[in-house]
Design a protein around this ligand. Structure first.
Ligand code: PLP
Length: 349
């Protein structure tokens, strides 16, 4: 039997597993839910009829999301993480062989799902300062059916200002512009309010980062009502389970708590940046640059990423390793102290 090459050539996503004293590798929030809120949610989960299918439209979650972000519920589709939404969009809003523009470096899953959807990927390199080259991107989008990029970007931690995103949207009206705003809670340049102004705009959000619910698997597509009705029709009917729906709706209603956590994470990320930047100043031969982050993580450019990564791992500290650098997520003060102390040990001669 011959299975398709697009399947047999896949390399499975390889997240860091095992036990680490400090986990700063997956860009999660370092806040778990307060236990009172967990108990409240546990009570609600007890009320669920487990023998029944969940609400196909995740109405409660979508309404809580819409209220928190000031968008219309009719413009929001809930998915099993934004990963599911990306798969769905590339698989149903595009046809086999069509052109998808990505930027490089960016979130690796776009290329992965594009290959499964048998799309032709056109990769536009970023500038040497790791910023998106807006003019080059606009040029590439003229011949393409869609573009997808994260803003702010995972892994670079940098953002493309709203004015540039708008210029792209307006300069390529026949190209679907998919802006993955997984980290936009930590910056303030969202274009989510424009989904009814621009027919070619789709914005993605997730509960996995600032909302602190990576365990629950909930992501969103925000776009005009017409396209929303199409995506809702294209998705599998029961894509979001009843338990996740309860959890995410309850947490998205905690607006004050969410804003507080987000502010704290931003402060902690700046502290992490400052700490790492001091090391960059002191060990310029080993660490090249750390970029001022718009996200909940920092990206340190270094030719020694692999070596440093392994040493940190031995010390029980998990970060994410890339060929040209390390991505380190904000954690608690204690975690930062452990990380910075260990980094110092590794770097000093
Ligand atoms: C983490 C992340 C997501 C979120 O994926 P989920 O499936 O919602 O957990 C999406 N896009 C980017 C760029 C991310 O870094």
């Amino acid at each position: 039997m011959k299975l398709p090459e697009k399947l047999t050539s896949l390399k499975a996503y390889d997240p860091i597993t095992g036990s680490y004293a400090v986990r700063l590798d997956a860009n999660e929030s370092y806040f778990d839910l307060p236990s009172v809120l967990k108990s409240k949610i546990a009570d609600q989960i007890e009320q669920i009829s487990f023998n029944r299918y969940p609400d196909p439209l995740a109405t409660e979650v979508v309404e809580a999301f819409a209220a928190y972000y000031h968008v219309l519920p009719d413009c929001v589709t809930a998915g099993n993480g934004s990963d599911e939404i990306i798969t769905l969009l590339l698989g149903t809003f595009m046809e086999k062989g069509q052109k998808l523009v990505t930027v490089s470096p960016d979130f690796s899953m776009y290329g992965f799902y594009a290959a499964l959807a048998e799309l032709e990927v056109i990769s536009v390199p970023k500038k040497s300062n790791l910023q998106i080259d807006t003019d080059a991107l606009i040029a590439a989008c003229q011949q393409a059916n869609a573009v997808v990029f994260s803003n702010p970007c995972n892994p670079t931690s940098l953002g493309l200002p709203r004015a540039d995103v708008i210029r792209l949207i307006e300069s390529a009206p026949d190209c679907l512009i998919i802006v993955d705003e997984a980290y936009m809670d930590f910056w303030d340049e969202s274009v989510m309010d424009l989904v009814n102004k621009y027919e070619n705009l789709i914005v993605l959000r997730t509960c996995s980062k600032a909302i602190g619910l990576a365990a629950a698997r909930m992501g969103f597509a925000v776009m005009d009502k017409y396209k929303t009705s199409l995506l809702r029709a294209a998705k599998s009917p029961y894509n979001c389970d009843a338990i996740s729906q309860k959890i995410c709706a309850a947490v998205l209603r905690e607006q004050t708590l969410l804003r507080h956590c987000c502010d704290e994470i931003i402060v902690q990320t700046q502290r992490l940046y400052t700490g790492i930047n001091e090391l960059v100043q002191r060990y310029p031969d080993l660490l090249e640059t750390v970029y001022p982050p718009r996200t909940n993580f920092v990206f340190v450019q270094t030719a020694y990423a692999g070596e440093i990564y392994e040493q940190l791992q031995k010390a029980g500290i998990a970060v994410r390793c890339f060929p040209n650098g390390l991505r380190i997520c904000a954690g608690t003060r204690r975690e930062h102290t452990l990380l910075l102390t260990e980094l110092e040990n590794i770097l000093q001669p």
